[in-house]
Design a protein around this ligand. Structure first.
Ligand SMILES: C[S@@+](CC[C@H](N)C(=O)[O-])C[C@H]1O[C@@H](n2cnc3c(N)ncnc32)[C@H](O)[C@@H]1O
Length: 234
């Protein structure tokens, strides 16, 4: 991004959300979430893998509600919320004093440290020039500080109605291809909402001698205690 475009992006994001914040205050409406589907998105993000006792970085965390959701799930998560908007972070810190929060623009500022999972919900809602380049930079930065994997959600191009010209309706095929360019081990979920989808990109893509992803195989072995299912069948 050239510098003028960078500033326009940041100013645009801050203006959009601060206008809502001054209208609605501490409410999902300030995040643009008006239809009560935030919990569904959080559930899907949290299903990327085992999140209990892990370090999670939530990019574009808004009010840090994902931390609250993890608590409701009974998961013990070392959570860090990260958002470009200092007003959101200020409110988040008041509500969740046990969590960590950082103000930053993922596209410009270096993220300190590493995290097991890096998650993002609702950060690709709006269209910008070179949108695929934008998404690629965003996801690459997320993956760069993740040790286990990343998850991000999108509005889908499989819609029968598009509300306004500003919205970004991503092609799941294109996002899947982008993910595959970053790791061999990718999952795309389009099973939880008709008009949204989520991509999981895993860091550990080691393939074992039977051509199974080693970390996936490990989960099966933990369950059945053997390589061959037939040998445990009575
Ligand atoms: C739709 S809200 C979602 C908030 C939260 N993830 C949730 O689901 O409750 C999108 C958030 O992403 C933040 N955001 C957008 N671009 C960002 C960037 N480049 N770096 C960090 N945060 C960003 C916005 O400030 C906003 O809080």
């Amino acid at each position: 991004m050239i510098s003028e475009r960078k500033d326009a992006y940041k100013d645009g994001v801050l203006k959009r959300y601060n206008e809502r914040l001054s209208l609605y205050g501490y409410s999902p409406k300030s995040l643009g979430w008006i239809k009560g589907r935030q919990t569904v998105r959080f559930k899907v993000l949290s299903e990327i893998g085992e999140i209990d006792k892990t370090r999670v970085l939530d990019i574009g965390c808004g009010f840090g509600d994902l931390y609250h959701f993890f608590g409701k799930l009974g998961k013990n998560v070392d959570y860090t919320g990260y958002d470009i908007n200092p007003n959101f972070i200020e409110i988040a810190k008041k509500h969740y004093p046990d969590a960590n929060f950082v103000v930053g623009n993922i596209l410009e500022e270096k993220i300190r440290g590493t995290y097991d999972w890096v998650l993002a919900s609702g950060v690709f809602e709006f269209k910008y020039p070179d949108m695929i380049g934008f998404v690629k930079k965003f996801l690459t930065t997320m993956l760069g500080v993740a040790t286990k994997g990343i998850a991000a959600d999108f509005m889908t191009s499989y819609v029968d109605y598009r509300g306004g010209k500003e919205g970004f309706y991503a092609s799941p095929e294109q996002i899947f291809r982008l993910g595959k360019g970053m790791s061999k081990r990718v999952a795309l979920r389009h099973d939880y909402m008709p008009y949204e989808f989520c991509i999981y990109i895993y860091k550990d893509a080691e393939i074992n001698k039977r051509n199974v992803f080693a970390s996936f195989d490990k989960q099966i072995k933990q369950k059945f205690g053997t390589d061959e299912f037939f040998s445990v069948r009575k």
